[in-house]
Design a protein around this ligand. Sequence first.
Ligand code: DNO
Length: 393
Amino acid sequence: MKKLKQTWRWFGPDDTVTLEHIKQTGAAGIVTSLHHIPTGSVWTVEEIQKRKQEIENAGLRWSVVESIPVHEDIKLQNPGYKRYINAWQETVLNLAKCGITTVCYNFMPVLDWTRTDLDYEDQDGSRALRFDIVQLAAFDVFLLKRHRAEESYQADQVKAAEKFLQQATGTEIEKLKRNILAGLPGSTETYNLETFRESLDAYKDIDEKKYRKHLREFIACVAPAAEEAGVRLAIHPDDPPFTILGLPRVVSTEADLNHVVDVYDSPFNGICLCTGSLGAREDNDLQLITKRLARRINFVHLRNVKKYDSHSFFEAHHLEGDVNMPLVIKELILENQLRTEPIPFRPDHGHQMLDDLNKKTNPGYSAIGRLRGLAELRGVELGISSIMNIQAS
Ligand code: DNO
């Protein structure tokens, strides 16, 4: 049985988890981005080559770009946005020239992924990321004071949010603000309450229908060019996969993903199957999504979530939580046998645990928790493919 390609996200030279460390995890592929280049600027061949060389000098390969950020002007279709689409496209072509042929991106408005809590203590003492709708409501309704924000929540959630704030200390309130505004690894902007309000406001006339049209137009431009250059695109789903802060969301469900792949019918216009993002919705059946969209999966994030209340979840260890990981992996193994190039996956996030508890780490991206995840996931893959082999013989 052909194996999936094991990869690892690296945030570049400033990442405390170094290429030398990554080598020891057993992952052979690096997932990274040129984080120092401002969103909207073209990545030159020279810049790409430089980073590629650095990775190869460590005995690894740059397998996936995550992400080429999509400029807000493209998402909003602000005047002049086409030049940003051209720049995005040029970056794709330059990557192809350097032999890097998988590109992940997302189309989430304003914020990349969002959590309210970055050090939620799991029962075993390790720390996980959490998204709690009551805390989001506390931020949105009472701290940000977004116009008519309370209409986005159930009445009991708003009440609980008020109570949460009454009991929270000043430090806890500051932390909540920072968690949402400062952005998580991979995001490109940091806001204060005022600039954040302005950024949200820019979307006030963009409903889902309109936003989907913007996404469609973006894909219709870039996908044919990517195909021509031999670059596989992989759109990352919304995280969390439902509307937050009154923003439109269009990549949250199986129907949304179908919509994306239908814009341009080519394996080069594909998806990043992120089991953790999609898994935070009750109506997303991950095994079925994997099976039905298998042909269009160009990249995989394997992560698990445990949902509680409505619209709240924390990140569980990779084989725990609500996503049935073995069933997803089984579908991926089947699809992988049909590919000439193996499908890349990475252990997405991990708990902060053991020695990492005393280190300053990128939220979700400490070494040991991800290493635990990768070890478990590759074990599942090996176990399932061994059984398949036995059955086939
Ligand atoms: C979180 C990630 C996101 C994701 C980007 C893709 O860990 O899954 O940062 O990489 O949204 O564009």
